[in-house]
Ligand binder design. Structure first.
Ligand code: SAM
Length: 233
C-alpha cells in the first residue's frame, strides 16, 4: 500500500471524505490517506495525527517527499488532541483501530472541544463496532452509510456519520449489527457473523469441558448465537 495504491479499505474510506474537506486523520501511519486525497485534489487541508513517534516521523517524511507541506500538517499527539482551532477541521477519519479506542478518542476529543465544527466522522473499527455506534448515537451523530468489505481474509466495517441536532436512537441490534448492513445482508456480512457463531461454538465447547459450573455462561453464549442466527437467516 502507498498513497497511490491505497488498500481497498482506505480507498472506500476516501470515497466518503467530502470534496474540499478540512480533514483530521487520526492514527495516520504514513499519512497515506491524507496524501492520497491531497494528490487527488479532494481536500483543502489535512492534519495527520499520530501518537507514536515512528509512524509520526514516517507521516512527516512522506508529506515532505511528496511536497504536500502546504496542504498537510503532521502532528504528534494523542487522538484529537492534535487538532487546533486554526485547523478548522470539519471531517475526521479514524481507521484501523478497535472500536473501544475509537470511541475513547472521540469522547476525549469532544470533552476538549476538538469536535466543535466537525460535521462528518468516518470511522473504520477493526473490532467492537458497537462501541463506535453507541458513541455516535449518544453524541448526536446520525449514521448515514455503512460498508462491510473483505480484504486479505479480514473483514472490515466502515461507519460514516454526520452531526445532527436531532436525538438519535438505535436499537441494540442496530448498535451491534449495523443500521443498514442487516437489511443488505451481503455475503461478507453473513460471513462475518457466521465466523462469530463458530467462535462461540469453540468457547462453548471449552466451557463444557471445564470442571466448574459454566451452565449460565454457556446459555448466554447460546442465546447470543441465536440472536445472530435470527439476523442472518
Ligand atoms: N489509520 C491507518 C490505517 O487505517 O491504515 C493506520 C492504522 S494503524 C493499525 C493504527 C495507528 O493508530 C498506528 O499508527 C497507531 O500508532 C495510531 N494510534 C493508536 N492510538 C492512537 C491515538 N490515541 N492517537 C493517535 N494515533 C493513535
Amino acid at each position: 500500500m502507498n498513497h497511490e495504491h491505497l488498500s481497498k479499505r482506505l480507498q472506500t474510506v476516501a470515497q466518503f471524505v467530502p470534496q474540499n474537506a478540512r480533514l483530521a486523520d487520526i492514527g495516520s501511519d504514513h499519512a497515506y490517506l491524507p496524501c492520497h486525497l491531497a494528490l487527488q485534489g479532494r481536500i483543502s487541508y489535512a492534519l495527520a495525527g499520530e501518537v507514536v513517534k515512528g509512524p509520526f516521523e514516517l507521516a512527516q517524511k512522506h508529506v515532505a517527499q511528496l511536497n504536500l507541506g502546504h496542504l498537510i500538517t503532521a502532528r504528534m499527539a494523542d487522538g484529537l488532541m492534535a487538532v487546533e482551532k486554526e485547523d478548522a477541521i470539519d471531517t475526521v477519519t479514524i481507521c484501523g483501530m478497535g472500536g473501544d479506542l475509537i470511541a475513547s478518542i472521540l469522547e476525549k476529543g469532544k470533552q476538549n472541544g476538538k469536535l466543535d465544527g466537525v460535521t462528518t466522522l468516518i470511522t473504520q473499527p477493526n473490532v467492537d463496532e458497537q462501541h463506535v455506534r453507541l458513541w455516535l448515537m449518544e453524541n448526536h451523530y446520525r449514521i448515514t452509510d455503512e460498508i462491510i468489505l473483505e480484504e486479505n481474509g479480514k473483514i472490515y466495517e466502515i461507519i460514516v456519520a454526520v452531526f445532527t441536532t436531532e436525538k438519535m436512537v438505535y436499537t441494540q441490534d442496530e448498535l451491534t449489527f449495523g443500521v443498514f448492513l442487516p437489511a443488505q445482508k451481503s455475503d461478507v456480512f453473513v460471513q462475518k457473523w457466521t465466523r462469530e457463531i463458530e467462535k462461540y461454538d469453540k468457547i462453548i465447547l471449552s466451557l463444557q469441558k471445564a470442571n466448574s459450573d459454566t451452565r449460565d455462561k454457556i446459555d448466554a453464549f447460546k442465546a447470543e448465537q441465536q440472536r445472530i442466527k435470527e439476523i442472518i437467516k
